[in-house]
Design a protein around this ligand. Sequence first.
Ligand code: ZN
Length: 440
Amino acid sequence: MQYLLHNKFLNSVLFILFAFHNLTAQESSGRHICGHEMHMNQMEALVPGYRDQINKVFGLAKKVGSSDSRSNDVFKIPVVVHIVWNKPEENLHDSLIINQIEVLNQDFRLNNPDKNNIRTIFQERQADAGIEFELVEIKRVQTTATFTPFIITLPDEVKQSSGGGSDAADTEHFLNIWVCKIQAVPFLGAQILGYAYPPADLPHWPEGASASNPGFDGVVIDFRCFGRNNPLETLLPSGLTISPQGRTTTHEVGHYLGLRHIWGDGSLLGGSSCNADDGVEDTPNQGRQSNSDCNADQNTCADVEIEEPDMIENYMDYSDQACQNTFTKGQIEIMRGVLLGPRKGLIELNTAFAHINIENQLKIYPNPVRNEMQILHQGDLKITQLKVFNQFGKEVLSLEQSFLSGESITLALADWNPGLYILKAIGKDNKHSALKFIKL
Ligand SMILES: [Zn+2]
């Protein structure tokens, strides 16, 4: 059965391949390519109706997002970055990783320095997504493997130690980002700069819809376009004219949080289709992707009420990254809906410890800790219980103990596994205080 499905898909892919080989080969020189389209096609072939299911997911997320009772909350997503490297230049410096997280935080909080470059006609739709990213770990894995997308598959070996990659950290609670060299697609010559899977754990999906196992969930980015002003950009295949501003990652995280391409992916064949839609009301109807440029005159479709140009400012277009600066309110509704729905695990730790004043209650020393940690109570909360959770939210210690201001407690941690932990102190009326520490 699998073979037949596989074959059926292969046929359709070969058709596309032969029909558009020339076009794609030409476009590969100037096109920002992400692997999302490949994934959608692959899944539609394996599980007919996949696109419809995806649309249902988006519909649901939108519904949740539009009734977002926590619309003032800032959601914080913990991030694990895997640097899977072969040649030394692929082993990116910490500063580029930190700079990439900063770009995400700017773009998803509308703190990006270029936010005012948006044209007046779209100004009203631009908003703060209220989503932040916190780097909790950098994992570096040296490999001899190469990561090559084929016509129907994406290089998920990068997510498996058995494939020469790096195993994911708990994908329910962490956004995993793998950074590696993505090889050009054989025969097509196209260069994929990154890819991500949309949310895939909703109950109404058909059995097996998610080809990727949960350990494959996350974002993959080519090392040459990770971070802003990445000097390794020059190593991209010649003719690729993108100027990476860290927005390949912004774009892929957009997919990961449920967003479609702004043109609705209706123009896979290189033409223009105004019938495909991204499912977002406040993005203009757009028939095809931009060509890595900043063409403010581009207007591929007629709009229903007021005629407006294509929104090249949108992160989910393929416009030059230098002219991208915006998620719209409609897109934000979907992403927040996804974080309150299928990807709620990402904000669970954040939710559990929201609205607390860490500084006022506890002080710990040393942090990071190797053997013994002192906890000093310096607040006014009458603490009755201390708990410690590991980075996956699992409780690893619980102490019923009265703990008053001015007192201190010593925890012996020599035998604990290295990692990130959260210490939580619980007091009267379930008031609590919490802080993070790192065990070396
Ligand atoms: Zn994309």
